[in-house]
Design a protein around this ligand. Sequence first.
Ligand code: APR
Length: 241
Amino acid sequence: MIDAARRMLADGRRVVSFSGAGLSAESGVGTFRDAPDGMWANYDPARLASPEGFAADPKLVIDWYAARRRTVGDAQPNPAHLALAGRGDILHVTQNVDDLLTRAGADGVISLHGSIDFDRCHAGCGHEERVDMTDPPGLRDCPACGAPLRPAVVWFGEPLPSSDWLDAEQACRDCDVLLVIGTSAVVYPAAGLIGLAKSAGAGIIIVNTHQSDASGLADVELLGKASEVVPALLDEPARPR
Ligand code: APR
């Protein structure tokens, strides 16, 4: 199976990677839906990752993100991040809000669900600033308009950043191989990119520890840990874009 996937990658001219929380799991950044310790098994996403939850208890939300920020700040890219970053010919689209792929050296990562290492104005005045992940801020106001600042991530019920979404859609429509890594493929619209690539004629390679909602779309599905399987897949030299 892995040889078939490597051949697809070797023949691919426009390869896109599409990743989820499983890519960063071995860096110590928890996933959301893996039982028993997936984040949403222990925390209520409606209370912690939604505008309604923020309105109801902003301090609870900001304190929870502060803990996540420390975790991400202490985390290091794993061999899967490094292998992906080492392939300048692959365009990376991620659902992850951590910066591990960028810290591994990848350029131009499209982060569909935002970036946990930034705060932005909740009222949308445009103010945005990087935060210190080792000493994350508490609840505070936007210096530009006085509204609350909140993590620059996409909460449930919020739209994805339109330019990132359009770029990701175009990349998945144009690619000839989509390498899907560590996602349950249950959160839309992001998960819809896999079907979009498939219907546009791309070959689909999935790397995941378990079967997912995208398994039926896979041309090759490799069940294993990202840090082991992805380097084995990608150790070919990069080609110019
Ligand atoms: N290597 C490969 N795959 C892994 C690993 C690993 N080490 N560990 C877990 N997985 C797989 C799990 O089997 C699961 O299918 O990664 C997937 C993680 O799925 P989720 O926890 O649902 O995360 P994700 O798909 O990224 O969630 C999508 O949901 O909560 C929102 O905004 C959040 O971006 C997130 C979105």
